[in-house]
Design a binder for this molecule. Structure first.
Ligand SMILES: C[S@@+](CC[C@H](N)C(=O)[O-])C[C@H]1O[C@@H](n2cnc3c(N)ncnc32)[C@H](O)[C@@H]1O
Length: 210
């Protein structure tokens, strides 16, 4: 499928949420990938365990349509939502509803002059915390060291609400524990490129006791 590689995430058109809310079912665990692109990671998760709901958030509308089409064809419980996640994440899910959140290889064009386009920042992480289940986790991976370090800075700036599985300011060194790979992850590993990973758990807070 031909698709535009990037969109201008700073366009004012993304400030209003025009997508559809995810369809969730009582009692089914929810996994989300923010910036899912073709959602390969979620499709593979869904094939392994179809008893959960898998929701991809994506700012490129043509990819959202393609993912939803594939989900119907494959009859797998995957949905994609058209959204600028950094603006609207808090509107999409009920409190304590998400078991796993994946942040796989965001921001490939990361350059200093593009810092204002970053998907992972403190605002996104503070919106994410209330929707995470107690005992859930957030997994981030990138092949761009500056992107990984910048994401870690955002997480560690939220150390009041997230705890690093590996200890403060440390990368997760045990590989990807989820048994499936995103498209970019597959390419990086096949090319022998290093991947930096981190894993955080939401802390109980007065506003969100766990
Ligand atoms: C490099 S791709 C990675 C795709 C996939 N996660 C993987 O690992 O193969 C990053 C994706 O994040 C999306 N994205 C970037 N900023 C976003 C935002 N603010 N909200 C939702 N999606 C975003 C991009 O459109 C792109 O599809």
């Amino acid at each position: 499928m031909r698709t535009r590689q990037h969109v201008n995430v700073n366009a004012t058109s993304f400030e209003t949420f025009t997508g559809e809310l995810p369809e969730l079912s009582e009692g089914r665990p929810v996994e989300i990938e923010i910036g899912c692109a073709d959602a390969q990671f979620l499709f593979e998760r869904a094939a392994k365990d179809p008893g959960r709901t898998y929701v991809g958030l994506e700012i490129r509308e043509n990819l959202v349509r393609a993912v939803n089409r594939n989900a119907r064809v494959l009859d797998l419980p995957v949905q994609a939502i058209f959204v600028h996640a950094t603006h609207h994440l808090s509107k999409l899910f009920p409190e304590r509803s998400v078991r796993h959140c994946y942040l796989n290889f965001p921001d490939p064009w990361f350059k200093r002059r593009h810092w204002d386009r970053r998907m992972i920042n403190e605002s996104l992480l503070r919106q994410l915390h209330p929707i995470m289940e107690p005992g859930g986790d957030v997994f981030m991976q990138s092949d761009v060291f500056e992107v990984a370090l910048d994401a870690m800075h955002a997480f560690e700036s939220c150390e009041d609400i997230y705890e690093n599985f590996s200890g403060a300011w440390s990368f997760w060194k045990e590989g990807n524990p989820f048994g499936v790979r995103s498209w970019r992850e597959m390419n990086c590993e096949d090319e022998g490129m290093p991947v930096w990973r981190m894993r955080y758990r939401p802390r109980a807070t007065a506003a969100s006791p766990r």
